[in-house]
Write a protein that binds this ligand. Structure first.
Ligand code: CMC
Length: 425
């Protein structure tokens, strides 16, 4: 295809340069500025990266205007219908869904790597009572780097299945152990005879006095939620993973950085914040008051689970979780008053000019918590569930970066501080 250019005119200096235009598979356009500073001494400035493409990627396509999300070209709607989380994880890592042989080898790797190093169990005792599971998880994953110090970019790019399986499996075990510790119950070890999601549910809810009965509907909905969260392009935590990983940091420490980024309420932490908000609104009984508060520029309050940097229409993940939430609660004969509050809030916001004019719609976090609650997962574990789900995405991006032109990420800045001055000034 013929190379097209964008012309950049420097009016003051009376010069102009041509910058190459690059076009993605789906017609997304960008201006390649990689030679800009060398050729002109200028840099670009884009705090919070709203207009910056940080990399080329083959993993996930998002069209924020049309509400499209595809992993490796496959619509997420099809993946939730026809695959398990583990198959989707494999797809993200390898670019194709596994055949039966690859599926069984990957499952086997997940099984043999599901145990925590026994010494790590004692670490749990050092955390204060009430510590947030996301902080425990980030710390524990970082601690894994001391058990596997050589898991770095160069040594592991060829053994991606092993490192991915170890992480995906260990985080599941860590998450369930953290929960058991928080409720003062003995931990339940992983079982090789159970598939990934059923195994997790069993580790969470089985107890010596009340054996857990695995319900296939619960397993199914958990697979759906994990698939929906499995990747989302260059979001804050994935960017953290790419940036930290670009310094050739140990993979576990790199993932720990992603988990820390995800814990914030503007990112993955929103799923817990949504539930806290819905409960407050239910107690107050006045939905419109909270919609007005979210519009008030003098208030810090935002509608949690609303708005998105990329989606300017209904988040396709929210559309799926909303539908699945209704169907699941009906099947399980669960009545949750918070679902009524959520729907009332959504209706009020979507009728309001403030939200309409800013293209603010429910995002993935708006309905997911109500499903987690119905499964029995406590609120402070919601963001841990997000982290568990996002692991394949983080690892796939890390691998893509390692296998590519792995230069250290190092943005510049425009210094606006004091000009040169002396100590005595
Ligand atoms: N409630 C009220 N107003 C909002 C909201 C909201 N939830 N979100 C954005 N706005 C307003 C914002 O104040 C701004 O108004 P104005 O133009 O008058 O200054 C306008 O909409 C544009 O918003 P922005 O802050 O420039 O958007 P952003 O792309 O920087 O932020 C966001 C995106 C997701 C951080 C933000 O929408 C938000 O804080 N939402 C609530 C938290 C949330 O649900 N986070 C989960 C995101 S999806 C899952 C994930 O990434 O993990």
């Amino acid at each position: 295809m013929e190379q097209k250019y964008a012309k950049l005119i420097f009016e003051d200096e009376g010069k102009e340069i041509l910058l190459p235009i690059v076009v993605g598979t789906e017609g997304e356009k960008a201006i390649d500025i990689t030679r800009l500073r060398r050729d002109t001494s200028y840099i670009t400035i884009d705090p919070s990266f709203a207009n910056t493409g940080a990399c080329y990627s083959e993993i996930t396509y998002i069209d924020g205007e049309r509400g499209i999300l595809r992993y490796r070209g496959i619509p997420v709607e099809d993946l939730v219908e026809k695959t398990s989380f583990i198959e989707t994880a494999y797809l993200l890592l390898h670019g194709k869904l596994p055949n039966p042989d690859q599926r069984s080898k990957f499952s086997n790797l997940l099984n043999v790597n599901s145990m925590l190093h026994e010494d790590m169990r004692h670490f749990f005792d050092g955390f204060p009572r009430g510590a947030h599971p996301m902080h425990i998880l980030a710390t524990m994953i970082n601690a894994l780097s001391t058990f596997y110090p050589n898991v770095d970019a160069l040594s592991l790019s060829e053994h991606i299945d092993l490192s991915a399986a170890r992480l995906i499996s260990t985080v599941r075990t860590l998450a369930a152990f953290a929960y058991k510790k928080s409720v003062g119950e003995p931990v339940v070890y992983p079982r090789h005879d159970l598939p990934y999601c059923a195994n997790f549910l069993n580790m969470m809810f089985d107890s010596p006095v009340a054996p857990y009965e695995i319900d296939e509907e619960v397993v199914k909905i958990l697979n759906v939620l994990l698939i929906l969260h499995a990747d989302h392009g260059q979001n804050c935590s994935t960017t953290a993973v790419r940036i930290v990983g670009s310094a050739q940091v140990n993979l576990y420490s790199t993932i720990s950085a992603g988990i820390s980024a995800l814990s914030g309420p503007l990112h993955g932490g929103a799923n817990q914040a949504v539930m806290e908000m819905l409960r407050k609104i239910e107690k107050d009984g006045n939905v419109q008051k909270w919609v007005d508060k979210a519009k008030d520029k003098n208030s810090n309050f935002k509608l949690m689970g609303f708005g998105h940097r990329v989606y300017k229409t209904y988040d396709p993940r929210a559309a799926i979780t909303k539908k699945q939430c209704h169907e699941f609660l009906k099947k399980m004969k669960i009545k949750d008053s918070l679902l009524d509050v959520a729907m009332e809030l959504e209706n009020a916001a979507l009728k309001d000019d403030y939200f309409i004019s800013r293209n603010l719609y429910p995002n993935v976090d708006f309905y997911s918590g109500i499903i987690y609650r119905a499964i029995g997962i406590p609120e402070n574990m919601f963001t841990v569930m997000f982290a568990l789900a996002r692991l394949p995405g983080w690892i796939a991006h890390w691998k893509e970066m390692v296998d590519g032109d792995n230069k250290i990420c190092r943005p510049r800045e425009i210094y606006i501080g004091k000009p040169l001055r002396r100590i005595e000034d």
